[in-house]
Design a binder for this molecule. Structure first.
Ligand SMILES: *[C@@H]1O[C@H](CO)[C@@H](O)[C@H](O)[C@H]1NC(C)=O
Ligand SMILES: *[C@@H]1O[C@H](CO)[C@@H](O)[C@H](O)[C@H]1NC(C)=O
Ligand SMILES: *[C@@H]1O[C@H](CO)[C@@H](O)[C@H](O)[C@H]1NC(C)=O
Ligand SMILES: *[C@@H]1O[C@H](CO)[C@@H](O)[C@H](O)[C@H]1NC(C)=O
Ligand SMILES: *[C@@H]1O[C@H](CO)[C@@H](O)[C@H](O)[C@H]1NC(C)=O
Ligand SMILES: *[C@@H]1O[C@H](CO)[C@@H](O)[C@H](O)[C@H]1NC(C)=O
Length: 462
């Protein structure tokens, strides 16, 4: 009799043991939902929690990814409730787990405040954005103690992919209409006052990033900013903001190298893509810009700064209804260089300055003449075809007197007026280079050979 009781206890123990062993996620997910009310856990949210996968993780798939649904961490997603803490908790937990995914589910709109998502994280981190993300609506709703210069920041991330079918809506309108902004076209009057507006998505000091397939719209300022990053892969983005929204660059990079930007469509109120100081090994292919201010290298050399930019390729792309096509702009007084830039196979449709190289960049028309400049060399313009807006000459090479541009090459450049008369006087100043095939309009103003006075002391080399 006693033996039988022992046997039953054993059976029951085995049953419970195996139950707990095989079904731990139930326990885990309960715990993760419970913790949303626990203030202490928010403070310690960087400390690794026991693995607490949301129910999705149990799906019969060979994908080992552990999913951290922000809704399992307390996010409501009604577009009104502040979901910041839930996102932070989901992030911190995922960050400590290998091959994890922060899931922003579709069918919900999450309102989150300016947040810094900090790494380093375990390898294989994914941020899957299938729903909509929004910040507070405009400067008056922005919490006073939050940075007004950035919204979503990813900092010290060593490997991450951000992707999905969702929308990131920067709700920029109230920021664009601040009295200090040059808005509403040429009649807008600009008044002094605080003018900071947040960049929608900033990656800072991060590497091995991919950003794929998202829609990003109406950023208060730049849509994406990458600074001090390496190995960035960007694909199939759709960025959309009104043409008259100030400073809304699509993708801005600076001090960032090994960047690939492919297959994206950008329409906005400032540069489609802007490439700042310290960028090299950048390839841009198959993007459609417009309306926009085109693809820019610069502005570089502001306040006598040094800038080095090299090995930039932009090809197989379309620029339409834009103020500029492909542009290199530097301030007088800078140093350093821009070299090995290729603009190839670019179709222009009604672009005001399809090819523009300006070493006298100045916002006020009152910049004093200076002798130093960022040296520009080895720039290839090949197969640049299409139409221009006749208000400006289609080609404009204004180089520094003291530091001429060298080795500019034009090949198969054919630009016709979108409407009206030919503008047949391309501008060249201190520009050395060669025309490989007859261009339309013809360019006879490039100087041959190499300038004599180019300083060879190596100081300008990067
Ligand atoms: C801002 O203030 C709120 C309320 O006082 C606080 O909960 C929040 O943590 C603060 N945020 C920052 C970034 O300091
Ligand atoms: C991440 O990038 C660094 C260089 O920035 C590289 O050394 C490393 O191998 C990369 N890691 C992965 C996982 O790709
Ligand atoms: C170019 O990008 C567009 C999306 O912007 C895409 O639909 C198209 O397939 C891409 N073309 C190539 C050749 O990859
Ligand atoms: C130039 O950049 C491309 C990537 O865009 C890279 O593959 C290539 O190796 C770079 N060239 C040099 C000389 O670094
Ligand atoms: C700067 O130089 C240009 C051309 O050499 C000259 O036309 C212009 O008057 C100068 N501007 C100033 C402010 O000295
Ligand atoms: C001039 O630039 C082209 C690329 O645009 C490059 O292939 C060539 O080597 C450069 N020439 C010199 C002398 O550096």
């Amino acid at each position: 009799m006693l033996n039988m009781i022992f046997a039953w206890v054993l059976v029951i123990q085995i049953f419970f043991f195996s139950f707990c062993f095989f079904f731990p996620p139930i326990h885990g997910s309960l715990q993760s939902t419970d913790t949303k009310h626990d203030k202490g856990l928010h403070l310690m949210s960087r400390i690794s929690l026991p693995p607490s996968p949301a129910p999705e993780a149990v799906s019969p798939s060979y994908n080992p990814t552990t999913i951290f649904n922000v809704r399992s961490y307390g996010a409501i997603g009604d577009g009104v409730t502040d979901d910041t803490q839930a996102f932070k908790l989901a992030w911190d937990t995922a960050c400590q787990t290998e091959d994890s995914e922060v899931l922003v589910p579709k069918g919900h709109t999450f309102m989150i405040q300016s947040t810094i998502f900090t790494g380093p994280c375990k390898p294989g981190l994914k941020m899957q954005i299938d729903g909509t993300l929004m910040p507070p609506d405009g400067p008056d709703s922005w919490p006073r103690n939050n940075s007004k210069r950035q919204w979503l920041v990813f900092y010290r991330i060593n490997e991450m992919s951000m992707q999905g079918t969702g929308v990131i809506d920067g709700r920029g309108e109230k920021w664009w209409n601040l009295p200090c902004k040059p808005h509403k076209g040429f009649t807008g009057t600009t008044q002094p006052g605080p003018c900071d507006s947040p960049v929608a998505i900033r990656f800072f000091m991060s590497s091995n990033l991919s950003v794929i397939g998202l829609k990003v719209k109406n950023s208060p300022q730049f849509h994406f900013r990458f600074d001090n990053c390496q190995n960035v892969y960007i694909e199939s983005l759709n960025i959309k903001t009104p043409a008259l929204s100030p400073n809304t660059d699509g993708i801005h990079i600076e001090n960032t190298n090994n960047v690939k930007l492919y297959n994206s469509v950008i329409s906005n109120g400032d540069d489609c893509v802007s490439i700042g100081a310290g960028c090299y090994n950048v390839e841009i292919r198959n993007i459609t810009c417009g309306p926009s201010h085109g693809i820019s290298i610069g502005s570089l050399g502001i306040r006598n700064s040094r800038a080095c930019v090299s090995n930039i390729t932009v090809k197989d792309s379309i620029i339409k209804h834009s103020d500029n096509g492909v542009r290199i702009k530097t301030w007088q007084g800078g140093s350093g260089s821009v070299s090995r830039v290729t603009f190839q196979n670019i179709h222009m449709d009604t672009v005001r300055n399809p090819i523009l190289l300006d070493q006298y960049y100045c916002l006020t028309k009152k910049c004093p003449n200076q002798t130093s400049a960022v040296h520009i060399s080895d720039i290839l313009y090949s197969k640049i075809k299409g139409t221009y807006d006749v208000r400006s000459p289609p080609m404009h090479f204004a180089c520094s007197d003291s530091m001429p541009c060298t080795n500019l090459t034009l090949s198969e450049v054919e630009l016709l007026p979108a409407q009206g008369k030919f503008v047949s006087n391309p501008i060249c100043w201190s520009a050395y280079g060669t025309v490989q095939t007859l261009t339309i309009p013809p360019v006879f103003c490039l100087l041959g050979g190499t300038p004599e006075m180019l300083p060879q002391n190596g100081k300008e080399r990067c």
